[in-house]
Design a binder for this molecule. Structure first.
Ligand SMILES: [Zn+2]
Length: 142
């Protein structure tokens, strides 16, 4: 099932809204244009674009061309992108990405804090035990 590579887009092959159908498009072979697509995906880790797809939701109507081949063969027209088309619509906003990042950092910090609290408690127990032992030893030696 295809899913859209744009970080904040939830369109999949199964997404069905009345009167709206998505088409999914492979990354272009042209490296410069492919890089421009990748940049707009806002992935945290730029993965391979070989199997990545971007849905038609991110392109203007003018970005599509007539499927001349299928028209000639009298087949169902596919949506074909202009070779130099770049996704420009419904792209992730920088704030959406950074808030996601902030939430992730907050979660990480919570984990660190919890483990620090755990360590601190252990240290307190250790200090207390050590202190009691010292006292015990001192008392004995007196
Ligand atoms: Zn999409």
């Amino acid at each position: 099932m295809p899913s859209c590579a744009i970080a904040t887009c939830k369109n999949t092959g199964r997404t069905k809204e009345p009167g709206i159908s998505f088409s999914f498009h492979h990354f272009p072979k042209d490296l410069v244009i492919s890089q421009a697509w990748l940049q707009r995906c806002k992935w945290k880790d730029p993965a391979s674009t070989k199997n990545a797809l971007i849905c038609s939701d991110h392109f203007d109507a003018e970005d599509f061309v007539e499927d001349k081949m299928n028209k000639l063969l009298n087949l169902k027209q596919r949506s074909v992108l202009q070779p130099e088309a770049i996704p420009t619509k419904k792209l992730p906003l920088q704030t959406e990405i950074s808030s996601r990042k902030t939430r992730m950092l907050q979660r990480e910090w919570k984990k660190v804090k919890q483990s620090l609290i755990g360590t601190w408690k252990m240290m307190q127990i250790f200090i207390y035990a050590h202190f009691s032992l010292c006292q015990f030893v001192l008392n004995r030696s007196c």
